[in-house]
Design a protein around this ligand. Sequence first.
Ligand SMILES: Nc1ncnc2c1ncn2[C@@H]1O[C@H](COP(=O)(O)OP(=O)(O)OP(=O)(O)O)[C@@H](O)[C@H]1O
Ligand SMILES: [Mg+2]
Length: 217
Amino acid sequence: MTAKIITVFNQKGGCGKTNIAMHLGGALGRRKKKVKIIDADPQNTATRWHAQAKDEAPFPARISNLSGLGAALHREIKADLDNFDYIVVDCPPSVDSPIAGSALLVSDLAVIPVVPSPADLWAAVAAKKLAAQAQATNPDLKAVVVFNMVQRTAMAKGALDVMAEDEGVPVLKSQLGLRSAYRECQVMGGTVHAVPRAGAAVAEVEALVDELLNELK
Ligand SMILES: Nc1ncnc2c1ncn2[C@@H]1O[C@H](COP(=O)(O)OP(=O)(O)OP(=O)(O)O)[C@@H](O)[C@H]1O
Ligand SMILES: [Mg+2]
């Protein structure tokens, strides 16, 4: 087993990095894959979310909190390559942190969550630049943008037009809507699969995972 490494990053705060990392990791775990989520953010959001689960219904992926490793993170990620099918890294929202750059050195896929709003689109330029820098040393790295908290289709369509101009970093077809289920599931220490009547959220998460797996082929 050689783990595929997926790094979720964007220096913009609150765009959905932890939401996407936990749903990606959790959904792959539900598919019986061996998954480790690396919480690389000193805010510990992913770790706290994971810790909310009850013993009888644990979160469907392992977690390690490695936010203190800084620029050495890639060494510790690589040390686990033979133990997992997928390693998903949740990065902090910092321009200065070396964490994302370190994780991208050893990653197969870079996932940049973007909220389709003007401020978030402007901030995404820096995230894409970081991905391009990493690709200079890690040419196998693929980078994609995922729209999160999509509320109005017209705004998402406009954002899509802006983003689509950059052929190097495609925008995935799958998007996550703005849905209360993504907040509710954190209290339960699970994914939206654990939330009653959250079928629409489950369907979009599963579609996103399918599309990301396709990018890894
Ligand atoms: N699709 C969504 N629908 C509704 N709420 C969402 C969605 N995605 C994320 N959220 C909520 O928005 C907030 C920020 O999301 P999240 O923590 O995933 O962002 P982040 O990029 O990891 O933030 P930070 O930069 O602080 O690490 C959280 O309260 C989260 O539950
Ligand atoms: Mg986060």
